[in-house]
Write a protein that binds this ligand. Sequence first.
Ligand SMILES: CC(C)=CCC/C(C)=C/CC/C(C)=C/COP(=O)(O)OP(=O)(O)O
Length: 305
Amino acid sequence: MAFLQLPTVSPIGRINSKLLIPSFSSLRTCTSTAGKRIGERPKLERFSRSIPKCCLAGAETEIDEVTPNHVAIIIDGHRKWAKSRGVTVQEGHQTGVNNWKHIISRASQLGIKLLTIWALSPQNFNRSKMEVDFLMRIYEDFLRSDVKELVTSQQDIQFSAIGDKSRLPEYLQDAISYAEGLSQANKGMHFILAVAYGGREDIVEAARKIAAKVEHGILRPDDIDEATFEQHLMTNITKFPSPDLLIRAAGEQRLSNFFLWQLPFTEFYFTPKLFPDFGEADLLDALASYRCRYRGFGERKGIHE
Ligand SMILES: CC(C)=CCC/C(C)=C/CC/C(C)=C/COP(=O)(O)OP(=O)(O)O
C-alpha cells in the first residue's frame, strides 16, 4: 500500500516530525497490515482495540490531533431494546438515559470540546403522550442529578439546551435553567442537550429572525451570507456549530430532521448497537473510525483539520 508522507506541526507543540496517512486509493478498505505503532503512546492505547490496521500504520501523531471537537449523537433503539428483553419501553428509555452521564464524562476526558445529544424532535410530540411525558420526567431527573454532578465536578462541564423550549413542560424548562445556571462559569467540555429540536425548525426560525432584522433595517438582504445565517441558528451558542462526527445508534441511516444546516462536512458513524447498550467502548469505536477518515471539506485540504 502506498503512503503519502506529509510534514506536520502539532498544534500543541508536541511530537510529530512526520505524519503518514494511507494514500487515497487505499482508504476504502482499511485492511493494510503494513507498519506498526511506534513507541509507547498511552493515549493511542485507549483506541487500540478497534483502530483499523491502516490507521496504526506509521501513525506518528498524537491522538489529540484527530479528536473531533464536536461529536453529536442520535440516540435510537430504546423500543427495540425493550422488546428484545421483554421489558417496558420506559425501562428502555431509562437505561438509555442512565448511559448519558458516562458517555459525557468519557467524552470530556478524551478531549472532545462539545458533545450534543439529541433527545427529542418536534415530530416526537406526536408519539404516545404517556411515553412523551415519561421522557420529560426522566430528562428532568437527569438534569437535576447527573448534570448537576457533572457540572459541579472537576471536569467543569458546561451545559446548555437547544430546541423549542416553549414546547416543554414548565418543570423541565426550570430544570434546564437550573442546570444552565449551575454551569454558567464553567470552562470544560460543553454538553448540549437538543430537546424539542428540529433541523428544519431551526432553519425556519433563523430565517424568521433575519427577516425581522431586514424589516427593521438592521440588515440589508445583500448582507445575508452563510455566516449571517449561522449566527441565527440555535447552534450559534458554541464556536463549534458543525459536528465533526455524528453517531447514530440502532442501525438506522438517516438524519430524521436533526442538524440539517450543520452537517455538510460531518463524518457519519452508524452503529447497529441499540442506544441502551451504547457505552464508552462504543464511543471509542466511533472515534477510532473517525480517526481513519479523510476529510477533504470539498477542497481536499487534508485530514482532520
Ligand atoms: C416516544 C418518544 C417521544 C420517543 C423519542 C425517541 C427518542 C428518544 C428520540 C431522540 C432522538 C431522535 C429524535 C431520534 C430520531 O428518531 P425518530 O424515531 O424520531 O425518527 P425516525 O422515525 O426517522 O427514526
